[in-house]
Structure formats: structure tokens, C-alpha cells
Design a protein around this ligand. Structure first.
Ligand SMILES: [Fe+2]
Length: 466
């Protein structure tokens, strides 16, 4: 090549480099997997999403009446999947902290390059004198998510204020280098971008020390611990990790740390001042301490680990903690079915009375709701359940909760097999919220007959015959 040609070639290469560097790199920063969660007060909401590539900015624009008049900026952190390809995505979190309680907001999320479509949410209402409505379920996967279409329809009809997903999501989010988790998060986006999607971890989140759960969900006060609590109207909700008991090799101290935190959290929630304002205490975690399922899960054991604590030592069991602090309701999943228990303590039925079992019950009420649909299908039941089992169903479905006021909490179970039919319903009525009496005496007076009748209370015998 002649010298002149060489000079020309070098010049062209330099020009090409200059042209390329004058334009920004092609980035994949379209926000996806958008979801929200309550934070520590009604004027706050945490907004989360994911991007394939990093951007400098994480921005939420929001406002009322469809106008995006406000803007908040937050953080983006790299999440590296634990698989062989170390696939990386960028998780953005932006806290909105100037919301008007109860107000409906339109919002978009994005960065310096690109924004999402519009979404809407309603800020939590202030105070305790309102009636929260929630959809509750566990064990919903990417494949066979039977309840998701109906949940979305319910949500768009304005039936809920929030969702509790009681562990096991995606099945499993780490698979395909995390792409399955991305698909699942996009699948629930229509629901989780409009309703606070409050979670706890399940066994299907275990891989890489729950890293997909920890990075994809940001819960109030959690900070990676995987347990937290939040207030919603007249209810104090507590979210636990039951998985510490079974994946102890990620750190056995987590069982102890959560146990101590739980006792302290419940002590505060159950103080006379707090309980008079916010009387209901509801605990949720993935694995139940009782169940009537076939198989060998912990809940099928006479002395389940969740209930009685770690084997042989019987330390850190949850049943006594819930009982001692007067927890009203415990919600579990893991079994791919629905089961309602009579109020129970130490395997003994502790109904409020024979005719009104859920009126001033003498122990926490417990339900299992893990049938929203996943690739592992449904769980079966043993032929002869124990006395504490009140009702069970293998139908795919989910639970609706309506906390009517400080004394009445209504729950119903929706069947997706029976086209949305309500297959079970009951009302917990408490004229007294507080510690239960281990002697079995009823602390609060029974309700008058007309109140029982209005609440549709029937005898346990008749309910079991259904
Ligand atoms: Fe599970």
C-alpha cells in the first residue's frame, strides 16, 4: 500500500471512530417488571422496576388527575444472577414520600433515555378507621398461574387495596439465568404496578441465598433481612421468613434474630396504646405449622418445626409467640390447597364458643392459601383430618380479606375451578384483642344473639358437614 493510501485509511478509521463516539451507545433501558409496595407511612410508596442496561438516572414522574406534575429520583443497583453466565440487570427503587393519603396517582417510571407507559395506584388511606381489602395467596408460578386473570380483573374493578403473596413465586425465579423471574415479574406487572405487592419468601426463592427475592422485592424496613411489618388501617401485618428453619446453612443465627425481632415487634404492636388504635394483628409466612395435607411436609408432623421450634431443643417455635401476643390471624401457604382451621393452640381446638367458633376465639385463627396455581399442581388431603381442621379444598383459588372495622374481619375463598365461586367464608369477631388465656377461659364476653345472627355464625358441627 502506498503511503498516500495508508494515510487515507488511518484518516477514515479516525473519522469513523469520531462519528461512533459522538452518539450514545445503544442501551436497553426500557423499564420492565414495574411493581410497588407500601412503605412506612400512608404518604409513601416504593416504586421498583428493572432494566437490562445501566442508566444514570432512575426517575418516577407522578401526579393526580392524570398530570405528571411531580418527579422523584432514586437509585439503581446491579443484580448479578448466581448462574454460570452471571447475567446482570439493574434494579431501580424510587421512594415517593409526599403523597396525599387515599389519593389516586398516575405515574411513569424511567431514566434519561426512556419512560414506561402510564400506571396508576392509590396511596394508603390515613388513620385506622377504614376497611382494608386484600387479595391473598401463595404458590403462584409463571406456568399455570390459574388465579392471575381473575385477580387482575378484580384489581381493575377496584376490589383491593393491596396484595399479599405468601411466598413461592415464579417457580423458580433463578431459572434460565433469571429470565424466568423476569417473565414472572412482567406477568404480575398489571397487578403489582397498581396494588402494593407485599411479600414473604418461600422455599422456591431459596437459590443463591434468596438473592432473586431480595433484589426483586423491596419491603418496608426489610433491608434484606426478609422479615418486616407494616400498618394498614386497623391492622398490623407481620411478614416472616419460615425458610430460616429449613435453609439454616445460610446462617443459623437468622432463626434467632427473626425470633427476637418478632417478639419485640409483637410486644410493641400489642401494647395497650397501639392495640386500642390498631387492634388486629395478622402474621403471614410461607410454611404452615398445621395442615391436613398428604405427604411429608413439616406441617404434617405432630410437632412441626415451625410450631415447636428446632428439633430436640424445641427453641424458637412460633406457636407460643403468636399465642402469647394475642395474634388474631396467621396466614400460610406452601400446601397447594386451601385449608381453614378452627382457632387452635397446641393442637387443641379453642373456639370462642360451640355456636360461634370465630367470635372471641381463644387462640389464633389460621388459614393456608397456596392454590393460586403453579407447575406443581395441587396438594391432596388425608382422609381423616384432625379436629382443628374446619374446611379444606383442592380448588385453585385465592383468599379475599375485608377488615370491616376494629371488631369484624371477613375472609372468603374464591375458586378458579368453579368460575370464581366463593367456596368458603367466615368472619372473625373480636370484642377483645389481647393475649389468650392458657387456662382456656374466655376473656371477653360472648356477643349478643342479634350480632351473631347478623354475622351468619353457625355451629362448627353444621359447618363441617358441608
Ligand atoms: Fe413452598
Amino acid at each position: 500500500m502506498a503511503v498516500k493510501d495508508k494515510v487515507t485509511t488511518v484518516f477514515l478509521v479516525l473519522m469513523a471512530s469520531a462519528v461512533v463516539s459522538a452518539y450514545p451507545p445503544i442501551v436497553r433501558v426500557k423499564p420492565q417488571q414495574i411493581h410497588i409496595s407500601y412503605w412506612s407511612s400512608p404518604n409513601q410508596m416504593m416504586i421498583m422496576w428493572s432494566q437490562t442496561d445501566r442508566s444514570k438516572l432512575s426517575i418516577v414522574r407522578y401526579g393526580i388527575n392524570g398530570k405528571l406534575t411531580h418527579e422523584k429520583r432514586g437509585n439503581s443497583t446491579a443484580f448479578v444472577d448466581g448462574g454460570i453466565w452471571q447475567r446482570t440487570q439493574y434494579m431501580s427503587t424510587v421512594l415517593l414520600d409526599d403523597l396525599v393519603p387515599g389519593q389516586t396517582y398516575t405515574y411513569i417510571v424511567g431514566n434519561e433515555y426512556e419512560f414506561s407507559d402510564e400506571h396508576m395506584f392509590r396511596a394508603m388511606r390515613a388513620g385506622q378507621n377504614w376497611s382494608p381489602r386484600l387479595a391473598i395467596y401463595g404458590d403462584m408460578g409463571n406456568v399455570n398461574a390459574r388465579s392471575l386473570p381473575r385477580l387482575e380483573a378484580d384489581a381493575f374493578a377496584g376490589m383491593y387495596d393491596a396484595v399479599l403473596h405468601v411466598g413461592d413465586m415464579g417457580y423458580d425465579m433463578f431459572e434460565m439465568d433469571g429470565k424466568l423471574g423476569d417473565e414472572f415479574m412482567n406477568q404480575i406487572e398489571p397487578l403489582a404496578s397498581q396494588l402494593p405487592y407485599m411479600t414473604c419468601p418461600g422455599n422456591h426463592e431459596e437459590r443463591y441465598n434468596f438473592s432473586h427475592y431480595r433484589h426483586r422485592f423491596t419491603m418496608p424496613g426489610d433491608e434484606g433481612k426478609m422479615y418486616y411489618s407494616f400498618n394498614m388501617g386497623p391492622v398490623h401485618f407481620v411478614s416472616l421468613s419460615t425458610e430460616f428453619f429449613f435453609f439454616w446453612y445460610y446462617g443459623p443465627m437468622q432463626i434467632y434474630q427473626q425470633y427476637e425481632w418478632l417478639k419485640q415487634d409483637l410486644k410493641e404492636a400489642a401494647s395497650p396504646e397501639n392495640r386500642s388504635k390498631r387492634p388486629w394483628i395478622v402474621v403471614f409466612g410461607h410454611r404452615p405449622m398445621y395442615c391436613s395435607s398428604t405427604g411429608t411436609d413439616d406441617c404434617t408432623k405432630h410437632e412441626s418445626i415451625l410450631r415447636k421450634g428446632i428439633p430436640f431443643l424445641h427453641m424458637f417455635g412460633l406457636e407460643d409467640v403468636l399465642y402469647d401476643h394475642g395474634v388474631d390471624l396467621a396466614i400460610w401457604a406452601h400446601e397447594h390447597s386451601y385449608e381453614r382451621l378452627w382457632p387452635v393452640y397446641d393442637r387443641k381446638v379453642m373456639n370462642g364458643s360451640y355456636d360461634a367458633p370465630y367470635t372471641n376465639p381463644r387462640a389464633p385463627v389460621q388459614i393456608i392459601t397456596g392454590s393460586a396455581g403453579c407447575r406443581e399442581n395441587v396438594s391432596g388431603f388425608i382422609k381423616d383430618p384432625a379436629d382443628w381442621s374446619a374446611f379444606h379444598s383442592m380448588d385453585y383459588g385465592y383468599t379475599r380479606m375485608h377488615v370491616l372495622n376494629k371488631t369484624h374481619m371477613y375472609l372468603e375463598q374464591v375458586s378458579d375451578v368453579k368460575n370464581g365461586q366463593v367456596i368458603d367464608k367466615f368472619t372473625i369477631i373480636k370484642t377483645y384483642h389481647g393475649p389468650y388465656d392458657k387456662t382456656g377461659k374466655q376473656r371477653a364476653p360472648d356477643l349478643p344473639e342479634h350480632v351473631k345472627k347478623a354475622a351468619g355464625i353457625v355451629s362448627p358441627q353444621r359447618k363441617r358437614q358441608k
